[in-house]
Design a protein around this ligand. Structure first.
Ligand SMILES: *[C@@H]1O[C@H](CO)[C@@H](O)[C@H](O)[C@H]1NC(C)=O
Ligand SMILES: *[C@@H]1O[C@H](CO)[C@@H](O)[C@H](O)[C@H]1NC(C)=O
Length: 993
């Protein structure tokens, strides 16, 4: 009895350490809904304060619906709670009056997958999105068809976007969080300024979204510290600022820019009554044609960058952040703007292949901490090393600290980095900091806190977790904290080359072993313990284990192998629609160490069912509620061993394919046909569109010639390759044609006089002028002669240059008369009636073979000649040819196998090639520009259990031999994946009917 009473007394004491709760500031609403509100700290959703942390993903850059869940699950598994998604007006509204939500443009599969994964959506439908996509996402038709300035209140522009916005609102409104869907905010346009006519545009856009039933907050992303749309005309509900501090040159990835030191001051000055929002924060960089490649961009923005720069944002008290790009994807078809090539990998935490990188691990370490730390959601900015921090001193001037304090619990978060944020030196220091037990100087037992080069740490004091869990301080970082079953659990981590220290309160009667590991020393007195971790510790150590408390420690690498999947709440307590959302639907989880990925978990009748991916057989280390007695992995019961104190170990065996690899067929038996009949003497272009307009809305008015406008977009041909044919009655004295051609940076254009090649122009600029000399004898006097121009359209520009000129801006016959007629041909049907509605507007271009549908599966090439791709074009002349072959795949189910098409290494051969896979243009290679040689193609575009068709449109740019090589290759093999994936690949007869 006495014992029971005593322990009750201690339990009371123990309990009394729990935090006090004080009032929150009044919340603000937009007047449309109380479900999503905000105060000066954070966003609130359903009466809960939330640290909104997530990243950007464009479904249009991964046009396989089933795989959206893969990205969402990988984001949630990293601790993120929202995804930011641009919608592309040009793909959704491809022609005036046409709104297209079919196939991969559909919204419902996005929202269904988000709901299943448990991730909120910040919806960014533009109309303008930038995004390194053609015309910044504005519809191509609009750039040429309206006279007014885009992104202003010009009447014709307004009329042009209203149907799109109305359709977006109609299709999205049912999926707002107010209706149990995942959308928590909608962004207005993108990175703009508040000048007159722009501000009115924003105001009108907002009215249009509201009219359509959008009631969640409307947000805006300022490209810089411009203070736009906070006040006055066009002001939005929530202001945010984008930042790309390392910029976009990946060629020198070890050279850093310093962190911006004024973020907090800026926020305090411009919008202190709102939370500090970064709608886009750098998570990689895009790479231009000829650039160093995405591995360099991943280095420029590597785990060290995340460590220093992301924590620096927390130090500025940022509480809404989205990383751009979390997953980049692919600029298939004509999605790219001229500044970027097919891959939009972006050097992101999730690579284009959908594989997880070391950047993902660091992102996960930080976001698991944020998810685990309710006290971190509400912090006041107390001071930093430049202002001085009351009560805090740091013993080295080389370290820079910022103190955030939770005003209710008193929890301190001291964020430390190098004073020179680019420094690669090692520094060590001690910190004096207030705690509930008075001011202390930490560490107490180990030497110092170390920062080795580009490193940052969050040091906590009075950090609470679970019901009673309480760290007095930690110089180690927190990976996970919370409740598992009846126990308060914390997993701390730190670099294995440094020492770390943390102190914690113990439940009554708890005893701590002092002999856990040679690298961890624990002492305890009077209900308080201190752990000192020495350099050299690799792996997981259980520091304290009682019925009510579990304290774990691991080195940083081991920590990142742990997953804490939200366990769906099946009880009526959950908010309808949000049952899988951490913090909103559920706070139930388990800790699982070892596998490549845990996608989700459920618990029923004592069985923990885990789903995830393996890259090898793995020992699972599971911390679960004590009533769990069995574990399944992807539906199969696994043998569990050791079942001590709620820790289970289970060995999951990967399939043999992970060992043996995947056999892929060779690409051979190519069939070949010429794809440039336009230069033949007898070619009949009488059914082509006559290019005879004399006015244009595009940026560059005709420069020379006779005033005729030769811009593809003016004739409905605004995507990919366009072919021009200029006829003239020759006198015989014509010696050359002088052309100014616009195609966007890194375009090429080849010119023929009749059937003779006259040269190719290459340009690093948007347009170029060149004199194309007619070869001896190529002009025939007294009859019709034709100049044929084959050009690239590398996409339309962004940033107020959307009305890009793509075509011939000047033409002049040297030594001769005038062109009688110009005709133009682009993709079949132009934007008004292109036939391939599934793959959509941007897939095809105007090459002859594309117009004929040679790239489509099922086109009969049996009458074509056999010719290997590596032989190039017959006759080694400039021209265009199509190579087509097919191959079968029969890959095992239940796996995520990632494949690429690999060209020969960069060799500067003068050719361009379009890669079509089952009819989808999934690669554009410029062999003499680079850098891309490897083109990932996802399952769903590739058919993994059947026939695949691959076509290469080879454009030889010179009279020179070219020898492209192409093979299929494996990027990754994983057990698991999201399940069956349907291939969408309409055939020749389906598309061309
Ligand atoms: C556009 O906004 C400007 C003010 O900046 C105003 O003068 C003009 O009348 C507006 N135009 C239209 C068509 O509403
Ligand atoms: C938020 O507002 C409250 C007053 O309502 C103030 O005490 C607190 O310091 C503010 N915190 C931040 C981070 O703006």
């Amino acid at each position: 009895m006495l014992v029971a009473l005593l322990s009750l007394f201690f339990a009371f004491l123990w309990h009394s350490r729990a935090k006090v709760v004080t009032a929150d500031p009044p919340r603000k609403t937009n007047g449309y809904t109380d479900v999503v509100t905000w105060d000066n700290y954070t966003l609130w959703i359903y009466n809960q304060r939330v640290f909104l942390t997530g990243g950007e993903f464009h479904t249009f850059r991964l046009p396989v619906q089933e795989l959206w869940l893969d990205i969402f699950q990988k984001m949630v598994a990293a601790g993120l709670n929202h995804v930011s998604i641009y919608i592309h007006m040009g793909l959704t509204n491809p022609a005036p009056g046409v709104i297209d939500f079919d196939d991969w443009r559909a919204f419902k599969p996005i929202f269904d997958a988000a709901t299943l994964a448990g991730i909120f959506v910040v919806w960014r439908p533009g109309p303008y999105i930038n995004a390194e996509t053609t015309a910044g996402g504005l519809s191509h038709w609009l750039t040429s068809e309206i006279a007014g300035t885009v992104r202003t209140n010009a009447t014709d522009f307004t009329e042009a976007y209203i149907p799109y916005i109305d359709a977006i609102a109609r299709e999205s409104a049912p999926y707002q969080v107010t209706n149990g869907g995942p959308i928590v905010a909608v962004q207005i346009d993108n990175e703009y300024d508040q000048k007159p006519t722009h501000a009115e545009f924003f105001e009108h856009l907002q009215r249009q979204y509201r009219k359509g039933g959008i009631i969640v907050p409307l947000t805006y992303n300022d490209p810089n510290e411009r203070e736009s749309f906070i006040n006055g005309t066009g002001a939005v509900d929530l202001y945010g600022m984008d930042a790309y501090p390392q910029r976009f040159d990946c060629s020198d990835p070890k050279t850093w820019y310093p962190v911006a030191t004024n973020y907090h001051a800026y926020h305090t000055r411009v919008n202190p009554s709102q939370p500090w929002y970064m709608p886009e924060y750098q998570a990689g960089a895009y790479d231009p044609w000829g650039g160093p490649g995405y591995d360099a961009c991943a280095l420029l923005t590597g785990p060290d960058f995340e460590d220093v720069f992301y924590k620096h944002n927390y130090a500025a008290n940022t509480k809404l952040i989205s990383y751009y790009m979390l997953y980049g994807g692919t600029n298939w078809g004509g999605i790219a703007f001229p500044g970027v090539y097919t891959s939009y990998d972006y050097g992101s935490p999730i690579r284009e292949t959908r594989q997880l990188s070391d950047k993902y691990d660091e992102l996960k370490r930080q976001n698991m901490f944020i998810r685990s730390s309710p006290e971190f959601r509400k912090t006041d900015w107390i001071g930093d090393s430049s202002t001085g921090i009351p009560g805090v001193s740091i013993s080295s001037a080389d370290a820079f600290g910022t103190l955030l304090t939770n005003p209710d619990s008193g929890t301190n978060f001291l964020i430390v980095r190098q004073n020179d944020s680019t420094s690669t030196a090692s520094i060590a220091f001690k910190v004096t900091i207030p705690t509930s037990e008075g001011s202390i100087m930490i560490p107490l037992t180990t030497d110092s806190i170390a920062l080795d080069g580009r490193q940052s740490k969050i040091i906590v004091t009075d950090y609470h977790f679970g019901t009673h869990g309480w760290l007095l301080y930690a110089t180690a970082s927190i990976y996970f904290a919370g409740k598992i079953g009846d126990r308060d659990v914390v997993l701390l981590y730190g670099s294995s080359t440094q020492s770390h220290e943390f102190a914690f309160f113990l439940p009554p009667g708890a005893r701590v072993s002092s002999d856990l590991s040679p690298y961890v020393q624990v002492s305890s007195t009077r209900g308080k313990g201190t752990a000192s971790v020495l350099p050299g510790l690799v792996g997981l150590v259980t520091v304290v284990e009682t019925n009510s408390l579990l304290i774990l420690y691991a080195d940083a690498v081991t920590a990142a192998t742990f997953w804490a999947p939200p366990v769906r709440d099946e009880t009526p307590n959950a908010i309808k629609g949000l049952e899988t959302f951490w913090q909103f639907g559920t706070n139930t989880t388990v800790l699982v160490g070892g596998p490549y990925l845990v996608r989700n978990a459920s618990i029923s009748d004592g069985v923990l069912a885990l789903r995830g991916d393996l890259n090898a057989s793995a020992m699972l280390t599971v911390f679960a509620p004590s009533n769990i007695f069995a574990v399944t992995w992807n539906g199969e019961l696994v043998d569990t061993m050791g079942h001590e104190g709620g820790m289970l170990q289970a060995y999951v065996v990967a399939s043999a394919h992970l060992q043996d690899g995947i056999d892929l067929p060779e690409l051979k038996d190519w069939k070949y046909a010429d794809s440039l009949p336009e230069i033949k003497v007898d070619f009949d272009d009488s059914d082509w569109v006559v290019a005879n307009k004399t006015s244009t809305n595009l940026n560059v008015k005709p420069l020379f010639g006779d005033g005729r406008v030769l811009y593809g977009c003016d004739y409905g041909y605004c995507e990919n390759n366009v072919i021009w044919r200029g006829h003239f009655e020759a006198t015989g004295s014509e010696t050359a044609v002088n052309l100014t051609i616009y195609g966007g940076e890194f375009f090429a254009a080849s010119v023929w006089i009749n059937d003779q090649f006259a040269g190719t122009v290459y340009s690093r600029d948007e347009g170029a002028n060149q004199l194309f000399t007619f070869p001896e004898g190529s002009v025939v006097a007294g009859q019709d002669n034709v100049v044929t121009v084959l050009q690239d359209n590398m996409g339309l520009d962004e940033d107020d240059n959307e009305k890009s000129t793509r075509g011939i801006a000047g033409f002049d016959l040297v030594g001769g008369g005038n062109f009688t007629i110009w005709r133009v041909q682009g993709k079949l049907g132009g934007y008004l009636s292109y036939p391939d509605k599934v793959r959509g507007l941007l897939n095809e271009g105007g090459l002859y073979g594309e117009r004929q549908g040679w790239h489509l599966p099922g086109f009969d090439t049996s009458s074509w000649e056999s010719r290997d791709l590596s032989e190039g074009l017959p006759g080694e002349g400039a021209g265009v040819g199509f190579f087509v072959t097919s191959f079968d795949l029969d890959l095992p189910a239940g796996m995520d196998i990632q494949l690429s098409f690999q060209f020969e290494p960069f060799n500067e051969q003068p050719y361009r090639a379009l890669l079509f896979v089952n009819g989808w243009q999934y690669g554009k290679r410029a062999a003499n520009v680079g850098p891309q040689t490897r083109f990932p193609v996802p399952q769903g575009i590739l058919e993994y259990n059947g026939k695949n068709t691959v076509a290469i449109a080879l454009w030889a740019l010179e009279n020179a031999e070219v020898s492209p090589m192409l093979q299929l290759s494996v990027d990754g093999v994983f057990d698991g994946g999201v399940g069956p994936i349907a291939t969408v690949a309409p055939t020749y007869s389906e598309v061309r009917g």
